[in-house]
Design a protein around this ligand. Sequence first.
Ligand code: 5GP
Ligand code: MN
Length: 338
Amino acid sequence: MNLEIIKAIKGLLDIPQKIVIIPHKNPDGDAIGSTLGLWHFLKGKDQDATIIVPNDFPKFLKWMPGSEEIVNFEKDPSVAKSLINNASVIFTLDFNHLGRIGQLQPLLESSSAAFVMIDHHQEPDDYAKIMYSDVGMSSTCEMVFNVIEGLGELESITPDLAISLYTGIMTDTGSFKYSSTTSRTHLVVAKLIEKGAKNTEAHNKVYDTNTPSRLHLLGCALKNMVILEEYHTAFITLSQDELDTYNYKKGDTEGFVNYGLTLEGIVFAVIFIENREEGIIKISFRSEGDFSVNEFARAHFNGGGHTNAAGGRSDVSIEETISLFKSLLPQYKDDLNA
Ligand code: 5GP
Ligand code: MN
């Protein structure tokens, strides 16, 4: 990785700092894994570091070492505010613009800390003093590994640090299957296993902890799936009433969107999930091949992400959102047929 970036990070860490590490809202495996990985590293260097999440994260990530020390801004806003106000360095991980951290945005905008961005999303904003942005990376966790390696600190990777990074690489690559998975990704993962990451345990704890109600919710989602063969598209809807019926808990819908892509011939899969409390429809987009869901989400649903995985939102009803979505497809017919 770029030597200038390593030099700049080294410069910051050569003296004791008050460090805050922040991932995006609704943090996923890569967001939690990368922040915890960096946090373990900084603690090992005797830095004063705290992770602040904009809101809660799923139970299937709460086994990760150190996760119990994460400050949740929604639960403890005053603690989070004072940490941010006193921070000399703020690492922002796994997101590309401050709009991705919800209510934390104004606090960061008024902070005078030195910002370090580590991220692999497309079209990053340039709010950070030190910017390590690479859309070619499988995950932010792989990038945190690169930083540690660049600093010449591979020796300080403990089993807790290793399992944090392993888990995020695993979730962001769909267990090493997405096209973002490179030979380098596998080399990094091999190194992490050598350093004590219990790989089988990570898979079991993330993927084999279903509840009956979650599987029933999945059944409901699959029943609701609509296939639009003409556009090589499949979409799923879940209303708030359906979520309530199946006792929805944060993280329960993770991965549902991918089922559309398992159908032969489908290259574009979408899930629309109603969130009555926030008054929005949260949308996840996935694609196979060249169709850019990042561009689609950006252009129509106030979102973004990567070429093959992106998210967005809609402020109108689920029915209106679906009609809008369907009305957009004809203009993409050629791209979806490619
Ligand atoms: P997911 O669909 O799993 O929530 O997110 C897929 C990818 O898109 C992730 O990399 C995530 O960070 C990004 N993403 C999800 N929602 C949004 C959004 O509302 N805006 C932007 N810019 N990116 C999003
Ligand atoms: Mn990521």
